[in-house]
Ligand binder design. Structure first.
Ligand SMILES: [Zn+2]
Length: 327
């Protein structure tokens, strides 16, 4: 990566296709299987676009829901050992993606137990221990499931020596957990989290700590920008009025059919003004099973190949982004 390149992390959450699978079903993760071929194709496109090697970051589930559902938390690492070896040989990083789903015996259903701090801590600690057993090294990069973050979880991640977390989504406010899904707390508001990487304060994960140091856990927000330019002038104006003084940016996803190839114009503008300094995108593995998302993602990559922005981007692993960050 050259000194002036903008680092970009592309994260893929590697998880079961259906979040509410029956325990013991051990169904294969077809979305992840599809992702291997899809991202080989995307990697080629991005390498042509940026004229440099492209490294991706895969965030693997190894939490108690996987253990309960598949008999062992390391199920995917074992079943897909060849695929993970292929990804590591390509220079990619394997991080951890943790959800706090707990099997409710009485309800015979999964409960998103994000209101239970000690359960969240168990989910994180057991995932990191499994990772070390399987891969023989510490896990450096993390992404929380269900858009969950808290000061307590962050303290545990620090203790586990995590270098970089990619959970926060600036501009996300008022997003509720689906009513049909039992849960013990709601999704935290992320409207005002910074849009550029920051070392979070120990007393408020939504704010940068005073006196940022390069040795601390770095929070890298997913790329958020004002989608107004995609909407046409009168719809964008109506949206501004409707939102009043509230922030207009929200996460923009390269595989969302309503975002499309013009995404790069918006991001080039915000990178040019310094409102953004890095880019980070995340996609769930089962997204690869959705034809519309797949087509939209390939169209976004093709558009980047034609865009002036491309040669200034470097697709790096999460840990490489962490190393290149300066306060
Ligand atoms: Zn997930």
């Amino acid at each position: 990566m050259t000194e002036r390149a903008t680092p970009v992390v592309f994260a893929i959450d590697v998880e079961p296709d259906d979040p509410e699978f029956p325990p013991g079903s051990a169904a294969p993760w077809l979305g992840f299987e599809r992702c291997i071929d899809l991202f080989d194709e995307i990697r080629d496109g991005l390498e042509r676009a940026t004229r440099s090697p492209v490294r991706l970051s895969w965030f693997l589930r190894m939490d108690p829901q996987i253990e309960r559902g598949y008999g062992t938390a390391s199920w995917a690492a074992e079943r897909y050992a060849t695929q993970f070896e292929h990804l590591r040989r390509s220079g990619d990083e394997i991080g951890l993606h943790t959800h706090a789903w707990r099997w409710g015996e009485q309800q015979s259903r999964w409960i998103v137990d994000v209101g239970n701090e000690s359960w969240i801590e168990d989910c994180a600690r057991s995932s990191f221990a499994t990772y070390r057993d399987v891969f023989g090294e510490r896990c450096r990069a993390h992404r929380s499931g269900d858009r969950f973050m808290s000061n307590g979880l962050l303290a545990v991640l620090r203790e586990l020596e995590v270098d970089i977390d990619l959970t926060v989504e600036p501009g996300m406010r008022g997003v509720r957990m689906a009513r049909s899904r039992p849960h013990t707390a709601d999704i935290p508001d992320m409207a005002l989290v910074p849009r550029i990487p920051y070392v979070p304060s120990q007393s408020d994960w939504r704010r940068p700590a005073l006196g940022q140091s390069t040795g601390d856990l770095l929070m890298v927000p997913l790329t958020s920008a004002d989608p107004g330019p995609l909407l046409g002038s009168w719809r964008a104006a109506a949206r501004r009025v409707r939102n009043g003084r509230r922030v207009l940016h929200r996460p923009l996803l390269p595989w969302a059919p309503n975002v499309g190839p013009r995404l790069w114009d918006i991001l080039a503008c915000d990178l040019g003004s310094g409102e953004l300094t890095t880019l980070a995108f995340a996609m769930r593995s089962h997204g690869a099973l959705d034809e519309q998302s797949r087509v939209a993602l390939l169209a976004s990559v093709a558009a980047l190949e034609r865009h002036d922005l491309a040669p200034s981007l470097a697709f790096v692993t999460a840990t490489e982004m962490r190393k290149s960050w300066r306060p």
